[in-house]
Design a protein around this ligand. Structure first.
Ligand SMILES: Nc1nc2c(ncn2[C@@H]2O[C@H](COP(=O)(O)OP(=O)(O)OP(=O)(O)O)[C@@H](O)[C@H]2O)c(=O)[nH]1
Ligand SMILES: [Mg+2]
Length: 325
């Protein structure tokens, strides 16, 4: 099947009509389908059972309640079926009729579908190369996921948490540590990509402009990019630049998962500071109008490894679907 055929399902949560920039999607998917027919690797093995501890199940017939790792309910994150993310080929109507039947990844709105499984965990991870242009990136066509977000949001730390290595990707308290497109091969079959951060206020104007050009070119012209993971700091209120990025990805129909980072920073700050789940809730409200249906989102911490297994399972279902089509 051509990728263009699966677009309406895979991208169903994105805006239908772009508001501003020209829509590059046509080109993106034409390139994708051409390359796919040449280089598409074999799908991973059929789904395996995944430990139940990764899931929450809806506790009422009308809404799912997201639970914190400690088990207490986070009342502000009530999820109605309309706010859930259904992976491609999920029987949405049966879940809407019987929400209790849905398996939802903990701390997220992501329903587990039939493509979840295979080799979910990271068995090996190797740094492959740093690239400065999209053309320089590895050309073997295996599926990849890109981590993007503001400088210092925790992209490199999340990558290290996912691969269970402390220093595979270099991290720093100072923003601007990662400067290239860094490819890490996972289990010899897919890539995690660490990108430079945006919104680094002290960077010179031309560096900031170059960043936008360089990464946006990568998003649009990378045929094996399965999904962008847009990282948002859940310990602070929503930032305009993050909302703009979410909107840009939506307008350009680039598949996106929102990853809320630093959810371990739970102390309520003075002067009206909010808890992570309140910031997550507020962010959802602010982006609601950018999308026709809810994009997937997940709460994480690279300190406690909250969300690690759940992200890997989510990636497995996106990857397995991508490989099959
Ligand atoms: N408390 C807490 N701190 C975190 C978390 N993730 C990252 N940090 C800290 O945030 C800082 C920035 O982390 P990085 O992973 O280097 O951030 P980055 O997004 O890769 O930054 P750039 O490469 O500069 O764009 C470091 O001091 C990390 O220790 C988290 O989940 N919780
Ligand atoms: Mg980094």
């Amino acid at each position: 099947m051509f990728l263009t055929n699966k677009l309406p399902r895979f991208h169903s949560h994105f805006l239908i009509a772009p508001l501003t920039s020209p829509k590059p999607q046509q080109r993106f998917f034409l390139i994708t389908s051409t390359l796919l027919s040449k280089t598409k690797p074999e799908p991973e093995s059929s789904p395996l059972a995944v430990p139940l501890s990764h899931f929450s199940t809806p506790t009422t017939t009308s809404a799912a309640v997201v639970r914190s790792p400690g088990g207490q309910e986070q009342g502000s994150l009530l999820l109605s079926p309309e706010n859930l993310f259904f992976p491609p080929e999920t029987d949405v109507s049966s879940i809407k009729k019987a929400p209790l039947s849905a398996r939802i990844l903990k701390g997220s709105n992501i329903v587990v579908g039939k493509y979840a499984g295979g080799t979910v965990d990271v068995v090996n991870a190797d740094f492959v190369k740093s690239s400065v242009t999209t053309e320089d990136c590895p050309s073997d066509g295996i599926p990849e996921f890109a981590l993007v977000g503001r400088s210092n949001v925790g992209k490199s730390s999340l990558l290290n948490s996912l691969v269970r290595r402390k220093k595979l990707a270099l991290t720093s308290k100072k923003p601007g540590k990662t400067q290239c497109i860094n490819h890490f091969r996972i289990n010899d079959s897919w890539y995690l990509v660490d990108l430079p951060g945006y919104g680094y206020a002290s960077a010179p104007h031309e560096v900031r402009t170059d960043w936008a050009k360089f990464t946006k070119d990568y998003f649009i012209n990378r045929p094996n990019l399965v999904s962008v993971f847009l990282l948002i700091d859940a310990s602070i209120p929503a930032k305009k630049i993050d909302l703009e990025y979410a909107s840009w990805l939506g307008q350009n129909q680039i598949p996106m998962t929102l990853v809320f980072t630093k959810c371990d920073k739970r102390k309520k700050k003075k002067n009206g500071g909010k808890r992570p789940e309140e910031n997550v809730h507020d962010f959802q409200a602010l982006i609601r109008d950018f999308f026709t249906t809810a994009p997937p989102w997940i709460m994480t911490s690279s300190v406690t490894n909250q969300g690690r297994d759940e992200i890997l399972l989510h990636m497995s279902q996106l990857r397995n679907y991508w490989l099959k089509h």
